[in-house]
Design a protein around this ligand. Sequence first.
Ligand SMILES: Cc1cc2nc3c(=O)[nH]c(=O)nc-3n(C[C@H](O)[C@H](O)[C@H](O)COP(=O)(O)OP(=O)(O)OC[C@H]3O[C@@H](n4cnc5c(N)ncnc54)[C@H](O)[C@@H]3O)c2cc1C
Length: 441
Amino acid sequence: MKVAIIGAGYSGLTIAKELEENGQEVTIFEKNDYVGGMVDTVEICGTRLEKYYRHIFKSDREAIKLIKEMGLENELIWPATKMGYLTNKRAYLFGTPISLLKYKPLNLIQKLRFGFNVIHIKLINDYKKLEKVTAEKWLKDRIGDKVYSQVWEPLLISKFGEKKDQISMAWLWGKIKLRSTSSTPEGEQLGYIKGSYQRLTDRLYEYLVEKGVEIKLKTKIQSIEKLNEKYVIKYQNENEEKFDIVISTINYKDFVKIFDKFITEEEKKKLERVNYTSARTMMIVSDKSFSPFYWLNIGDNDIPFGGIIEHTNFIDKSNYDNNHILYISNYMTEDNKLYNASKEELLKEYMKFLTKINKEFTMENIKDYHVYDEKYAQPIIECNYSNYIMEDKLKNENIYLCTMPQIYPEDRGMNYAIRLGNKIANEVLEQIDKREKKNEN
Ligand SMILES: Cc1cc2nc3c(=O)[nH]c(=O)nc-3n(C[C@H](O)[C@H](O)[C@H](O)COP(=O)(O)OP(=O)(O)OC[C@H]3O[C@@H](n4cnc5c(N)ncnc54)[C@H](O)[C@@H]3O)c2cc1C
């Protein structure tokens, strides 16, 4: 069987690994000149560093398993991190029971309501009831408007912008469950590979090439034809190749354009119903630390970004020539005024607020900065998502899909890209097995 995979992110790389190990002939087509997709890194301060802040959780079993398989087990470290919450331009320690008790913006009753509600959410095992209602309604009914608008609403705004009131409670439930797996009394213990996740990507790439997987970089797929039960992929103008099975790991918006002729009306409706928010992430190299927190959630709605992630409060600054690395996280939709802002405009806008939060942090402290954009960064998970979640395979075709909106009720993440990749690869192997048995008979 010849299998084509479109996209060399962690989903595509995992599928290729599983299929190749089970005797299939695999070709990956990747539009970029590198593999790894969103787990991409750049050269900063003499080392590799992720374009987007990156960590894994203790419960990320599939990611940890892959790290072990690629021989990087001893390079995976689990530092404890501090989480903060910014309210009225003041940062408070957050995320542990003690820090909640000390959190001044809520009174005792509000703190108790918040704390018990989080415990309640963690104890819920079946998300099906939760997906019928928005996070906003479910939370307001239980903790009241004040606690909701003080704590949860800014977090939903930071991920979904103006779509925040459409988000299903099942999404937030998945997020809270996940984070609780890494909690310790000292803070969250998060996983990082010494020298960056680029090392994992490189090992995976070398492994696949050695096994015989063909990886065609700088090859953007724009259309696919079908001839005599084979899918014909044309690339780089002149070339074409035929495949028995195609697996797409790209976003639904582009998928619909490329695979239009193979999709039923019902499938199209499901695919088009899913929307995404985009990520515009600023990486700042500075000569000064901004705060004591790794992850500072922004609770003030007038601040135009969602979080300040100080990577060097997670991984020591000595790895970056003693510089401090900050990421300013921002998710938005196209109607946000900062969507098309230049990197300079973005910094100017952000600095108005950064200097208010930390008066000693000025433009002079910034040695370098970059902005990285991911258009389809976060699927928007609305109520009753299980009713319109896309199947893994197109009904009438040997075309599979393996991408973020199929991860549910958990949220997207490297671990889930790997888990879904393994699942899809196994479905493909089963189909091949059935076909072979049928041919034998
Ligand atoms: C800002 C940000 C921060 C994140 N932080 C974390 C984190 O800390 N921890 C964590 O676990 N996860 C994190 N994630 C999520 C994680 O990176 C993703 O869930 C995961 O990498 C998705 O992998 P994927 O293979 O499904 O998709 P992708 O990585 O997007 O791979 C898809 C690939 O398809 C290629 N492609 C697209 N169209 C075509 C085409 N027409 N032809 C050929 N190739 C094409 C793309 O170039 C890309 O390489 C973060 C994501 C973002 C945006």
